[in-house]
Design a protein around this ligand. Structure first.
Ligand code: KG4
Ligand code: ZN
Length: 369
């Protein structure tokens, strides 16, 4: 079965075609035939963050081109011929939320049009459910497609860390999600972005902080680890960001008027990264043990962070818990993850026609039923 995924929830216009083999005992075989991502990062960088109306305008400009490219790449990798007037997929999956309303609408409108025009079923996907499923993906056109055996991974604990979310989600089975912890204020990716701005490192902040941190001493400044000792599994990141602000103010009183020099910036970036990742790892491991999960799945944009990947790897190995992390190309927003999530969730949605998909910018996980 071939699925076209469409993702426009933020500042990436993305489309992908994946192929999934029928269900087998050891899990589905998934091959990514194309994964096209048109990023608007440069456009938004001068504003220090994503501007929703500009994002929507760029999606409109790029979407047809991204669509053509995704199909062309898939035809090449799948060794089939494109036929005029035909869309060679069995299902279309589109992100319906959460995300920026104007941006989501572009992808949804395009998906509905394709579904109506080519008479293909359409399913709406939760963006966070998409991130979780980035763990089911292997690199484009990889002949060794990945299989995850449900018997070996569930119950699973998902740590979803992105620019908008920090969530611990327990999955007892394929379609049962239960949020056991989330941020009470800023998301961890947002904290990386804000601290990068304080240090004049540019946007997006996550990659800039981790690169700068490589040259710094992570133990130079002892920064707070908010809520690390609290009994629940919630997170808080605004206090950590404020601690960096105060540290900078102490080091460089406003009257001093100097910008932090490179060495101090590197030490602050490393100390901040250390504190931010430490809380994530501590709480995830504690939850994994309490809920006796078989596996931990990392996902979301911050899953690209090397320190986080390394620490989770080490801690899960010590605890004897299976650990999965997405290949680097699927850490940030992409449409292959939306296509996989669409495949698994389509049976839950009774209707899969173009009329049934509605945008929901504030969509969350449904509580456990
Ligand atoms: O999942 P994503 O692409 O978009 C959202 O759904 O939010 O995540 C983007 C976030 C940004 O906050 C970015 O700074 C962060 O992921 N990020 C990182 C790294 N790469 C991206 N944070 C820390 N370390 C990284 N290497
Ligand atoms: Zn995302």
């Amino acid at each position: 079965m071939k699925i076209l995924g469409i993702e426009t929830s933020c500042d990436e216009t993305a489309m992908s075609v994946i192929e999934i083999s029928p269900r087998q005992a050891r899990g589905e075989e998934i091959t990514v035939l194309s994964n096209v991502i048109s990023s608007q990062v440069k456009l938004h960088a001068k504003y220090g963050g994503v501007v929703p109306s500009l994002a929507a305008r760029e999606h409109v400009k790029n979407i047809k081109h991204v669509f053509n490219l995704a199909l062309k790449q898939a035809a090449k990798n799948g060794k089939w011929k494109m036929e005029n007037g035909k869309l060679p997929v069995d299902l279309i999956a589109v992100t319906r939320g959460p995300g920026l309303g104007p941006a989501l609408l572009v992808g949804i409108t395009f998906a509905k049009t394709m579904s109506w025009l080519y008479k293909k079923p359409l399913t709406g996907v939760n963006h966070l459910e998409g991130h979780i499923h980035s763990n089911w993906l292997s690199p484009v056109a990889n002949s060794k497609s990945k299989t995850l055996n449900p018997k070996q991974i569930f119950p699973a604990l998902n740590l979803i860390v992105s620019g908008g979310h920090t969530e611990l989600v327990l999955m007892n089975s394929r379609d049962q999600y239960q949020i056991i912890g989330e941020t009470v204020d800023d998301a961890v990716g947002e904290a990386f972005d804000k601290v990068a701005r304080l240090l004049s490192l540019g946007y997006p902040g996550g990659p800039a902080i981790s690169k700068t941190a490589e040259k710094g001493n992570p133990d130079k400044y002892i920064l707070p680890r908010p809520m690390s000792k609290s009994k629940n599994y919630d997170f808080s990141y605004s206090g950590l960001k404020t601690a960096v602000l105060y540290l900078l103010r102490d080091l460089y009183p406003p009257a001093g008027g100097r910008k932090p020099d490179a060495k101090i910036r590197a030490d602050i970036a490393a100390s901040f990264q250390n504190a931010a990742i430490d809380v994530l790892v501590q709480k995830t491991m504690r939850a994994a043990k309490e809920y006796k999960v078989k596996s931990i799945l990392l996902s979301g944009g911050v899953s690209a962070n090397k320190l986080l990947r390394k620490e989770l790897h080490k801690n899960t190995a010590e605890a004897g818990i299976k650990y999965f992390q997405p290949p680097m190309e699927y850490t940030t927003d992409n449409a292959a993850m939306i296509a996989v999530a669409g495949y698994f969730s389509r049976s839950k949605n009774k209707k899969t026609d173009y009329k049934s998909v509605k945008m929901d910018a504030n969509l969350g996980f449904r509580p456990k039923r």
